[in-house]
Design a protein around this ligand. Structure first.
Ligand SMILES: [Mg+2]
Length: 310
């Protein structure tokens, strides 16, 4: 039996109490505030109303392709401030800053993440920055390449594994070799999606296969910087100075990456049905407790309609 309540079923009093019991509202972006780049009806009014009621607002997305500036444009209807945008990329930067990290970072990831790390003052090495010539296609030359590159990476103290459009096999070989040679290197991951929809005919292959591989080959586990990873939640708690997580409301459309993530807060949760999750998904009797939201609403328009007069 599901334990959540539909927003349409709760009393005026219960909703009022819920809104009064929160200081901070985190919104997932796609499926909650926008569909791709199109604003979802009611999102603008709902965010504005919650701001007016004095709630702190944060946008918490797993989008690693868009810069903070681009996300601010996409979220223009929500009048975002720069420091309200939280992505796995901003979390990687915050996480490394919080621990005063000062060595080199070996990165398999996007040029966007590379530039964000460099802008934040970190020193970044990608496979293409190394002397990476494989002199011949045999294991002897591979070993030569490994020994040279691993020696040149002696100042690497962290490795970040994310989606990289230009991923190449040797970059994962060197990542693996660095971790085998320098066991103290901190290992972080960004987005680890397996596969995603592109068109009706084509799918986009994610980064899961090589990130899983590097972890398995080295017997290491990444600290996950994307939702539902706990590090993302810890960075939010530290950034927003949250002392009582029960006074945080998370609104998302994905049971695994939003609701299960937020329940680790432990934050209060509203699932909206304007994105990837259907009514039958959330009503599925086999849905595990860690993915059960507190409340379910059709969309932010429904929530706004109920709180408009507050
Ligand atoms: Mg979403």
């Amino acid at each position: 039996m599901s334990s959540f309540k539909y927003l349409s079923e709760i009393s005026e009093n219960e909703l009022k109490k819920l809104i009064q019991s929160i200081d901070t509202v985190f919104f997932d972006v796609d499926g909650v505030l926008t569909l791709s780049t199109t604003p979802i009806p009611g999102a603008k009014e709902c965010v504005a109303k919650l701001r007016k009621l004095g709630k702190r607002i944060g946008f918490v997305t797993n989008n690693t392709f868009s810069s903070v500036e681009l996300l601010m444009k996409t979220l223009d209807h929500c009048e975002p401030k720069e420091d309200e945008i939280n992505t796995p990329n901003t979390v990687v930067v915050s996480f490394l800053k919080d621990i005063n990290f000062n060595k080199d970072i070996y990165l398999i990831g996007s040029t966007l993440l590379r530039s964000m790390l460099i802008e934040a003052g970190f020193s970044v090495v990608r496979f293409e920055d190394l002397n990476n010539e494989l002199k011949g296609e045999n294991y002897g030359h591979l070993l030569e390449l490994i020994e040279e590159t691993v020696a040149s990476c002696k100042n690497v103290g962290a490795m970040v594994l994310c989606f990289d459009f230009n991923f190449n096999h040797l970059a994962s070989q060197i990542a693996t070799s660095i971790l085998q040679h320098y066991p103290d290197v901190l290992l972080l991951s960004g987005l680890t999606d397996d596969i995603g929809p592109l068109t009706k005919k084509f799918t986009a292959v994610g980064s899961k296969y090589y990130i899983d591989g590097i972890q398995r080959w080295t017997n290491r586990q990444c600290i996950q910087m994307a939702k539902p990873g706990l590090a993302f939640k810890d960075v939010l708690i530290s950034k927003y100075g949250i002392t009582d997580p029960s006074r945080v409301l998370f609104i998302g459309d994905n049971l695994a990456s939003d609701i299960a993530f937020a329940k680790n807060g432990p934050f209060k949760t509203i699932l909206v049905l304007s994105g990837v999750t259907s009514k039958s998904d959330v009503e599925n009797p086999e849905l595990s407790d860690d993915k059960k939201p507190d409340y379910v609403a059709d969309s932010l328009a429904e929530l706004y309609k109920r709180i408009a007069q507050y």
